[in-house]
Design a protein around this ligand. Sequence first.
Ligand SMILES: [Fe+2]
Ligand SMILES: [Fe+2]
Length: 212
Amino acid sequence: MATTTKTPTKAQTKTAAKSATADTKAKTNAGTTASKKAPMKEGQKEKAKSGAAKNLQDLFEDGLKDIFWAEKELLKALPKMEKNATSERLKKAITQHIEETEMHVQRLEQCFESMGQKAKAEKCDAMAGLIDEGKSIMEETEAGAVRDAGIIAAAQKVEHYEIATYGTLAAFAKVLELEKALKLLLQTLKEEKKCDELLTSLADTNLNSKAE
Ligand SMILES: [Fe+2]
Ligand SMILES: [Fe+2]
């Protein structure tokens, strides 16, 4: 095969120059950040920003606020997913999980209550991103088995995030000896895991029927 040398267009040269600059910038930034701060050592303490969690109790409460926001957002997002789904089993699974999610919100309120606090929500950027991704998937797919597969995938990412969060919060509650909160968090964790398993089985059925 003959090799042809193409002269790059003005636009191509500009783009290449731009990406090269960006590359150098990224490398320089990485270098600066790395050299600015020495690696942390075990047991080392550093002054935190104001408002930062000072101890495990603070970290636990911050986590509760995040997931409280997330669960309430899910109560708005899940009905849209249900509307977009075509599989009856998937619709049913989502409807059932909406009811469970209402309970998750109530249990979190009880968690705050058990510590003598009023429930407070703080925006959880991770969940906001997962919900946005779910919205895009629904917009970018044709209704039917493919969109159903997309909805299941998006819903499972949400469940996995919830499982990680409730697992962590339960571990914190255990160390902090917050028995009531621990019990409530474990109940929800169990339901999130069950929902995830159901979605896995629905994904298999959906993909198999599509393959047929
Ligand atoms: Fe939940
Ligand atoms: Fe969930």
